[in-house]
Write a protein that binds this ligand. Structure first.
Ligand code: FAD
Length: 336
């Protein structure tokens, strides 16, 4: 497996992690960024991409997704290396006083400093408890829609009762051969307007509402789905012929391995010195929602300021003894 070397490894590609790339880049520190999700953006992208945010300075209103896109563009000149879909599972000191981050795919990143920007911990979908579901994941069972077109002409079972399930049912009904929406209650937890559209489409026969049913099992071979079995609480079973299952049961967040890294924690948060964002471990900084100190606010703009402090402090760790001459970006431009 690969071993990479860099100046700073950033754990988490949420807004605080992405802005840490920029701040490190301005100081000519190279970065690798790891996120367990297969896309950057943390909570903004995973939980509320289409909601407007109103408290980003100088942006009176932009969607969470636009914010993420702009942060990625801002980070781009520094050519960060993204390791998406991978979790940082271990953090250990090397014999030459650097840090070795072990990733879930077995690769390692050795860096002079670490910025932990892990929010509330690693995100993951809530998986329905179906036997051998992992055999189908990524092929016929999905927790996100990465590419709408992949469902064109397919028979798609959508499970869940919230906004994601309802919105994707409305959306995919336009291109799928058949959309079947499985929910354990007749009432959905979606925006009233969307729910009304869902029922209207069902009445027109443009999609099937399979309620009140719960997922019971998957039929297929080699990760290719043939049918989804669903059952009522009374045990009445239906078999839905299907090519794909989209399961929308929300996301869970798990501090996971971070709790084992000997960091001084205050509950689920990492204690830092607010002057530098340094944790109790030398060269390990924490920024964004994961860190805590007196006066901490869990706001994106706080994460941005913390990223600036962490990057400046990390410079002294990566280049010990070298003076850092602070120049404004308007003077220095973007370092080449
Ligand atoms: P996150 O966005 O949580 O990102 C952390 C990332 O780290 C995640 O992607 C996670 O998968 C990854 N990660 C964690 N552990 C690991 C690991 N071991 N290995 C690899 N990856 C890991 N804030 C505002 O300022 N204004 C708003 O209007 C606003 N609206 C909000 C609306 C909603 C519905 C929600 C839920 C939050 C809102 N917030 C808002 C809060 C804001 O989204 C958070 O403060 C912000 O996302 C925190 O950024 P972060 O980078 O610290 O962490």
């Amino acid at each position: 497996m690969s071993t990479y070397e860099t100046d700073v490894v950033i754990v988490g590609a949420g807004p605080a992690g992405l802005f840490s790339v920029f701040q490190c880049g301005m100081l000519k520190l190279k970065t690798h960024v790891v996120d367990v999700l297969d896309h950057a953006g943390g909570q903004c992208q995973a939980l509320y991409p289409e909601k407007f945010i109103y408290d980003i300075p100088a942006h009176p209103r932009l969607t969470a997704q636009e914010l993420v896109e702009r942060l990625l563009v801002q980070a781009e000149p520094f050519s960060p290396v993204y390791h998406l879909g991978r979790q940082v599972v271990s953090l250990a000191r090397t014999s030459d006083n650097r840090w070795r981050a072990g990733l879930s795919d077995g690769s390692e990143i050795v860096a002079g400093a670490v910025i932990v920007a892990a929010g509330c911990g690693a995100f993951g979908p809530n998986r329905p408890p179906l036997a051998e579901i992992e055999r189908y994941e990524g092929r016929s069972v999905h927790y996100f829609v990465a590419r709408r077109e992949q469902f064109r002409g397919k028979r798609v079972v959508i499970a869940g009762g919230g906004d994601s399930a309802v919105d994707w049912a409305l959306n995919l009904a336009e291109i799928a051969e058949r959309v079947m929406v499985v929910h354990r209650r007749p009432k959905f937890r979606a925006a009233p307007d969307s729910e009304a559209k869902l029922h209207a489409l069902a009445e027109q026969g443009a999609l099937d509402l399979v309620v009140p049913y719960q997922l019971q099992g998957l039929d297929g071979e080699d990760g290719v789905l043939r049918a989804v079995r669903v059952a009522t609480l009374e045990g009445e079973i239906r078999v839905l012929p299907a090519d794909d299952l989209l399961a929308f049961f929300g996301m869970s967040m798990d501090l996971g391995p971070i709790a084992q890294w000997d960091l001084t924690m205050d509950g689920a948060h990492i204690d830092v010195n607010p002057a530098t964002m340094l944790t109790n471990l030398p060269g390990v900084f924490a920024v964004g929602d994961i860190c805590t100190y007196p006066g901490k606010l869990k706001l994106i703009l706080m994460g941005f300021a913390e990223a600036a402090k962490a990057a400046h402090a990390a410079y002294g760790v990566v280049h010990p003894g070298q003076a850092l001459h602070i120049e404004h970006s308007s003077t220095a431009g973007i370092p080449g």
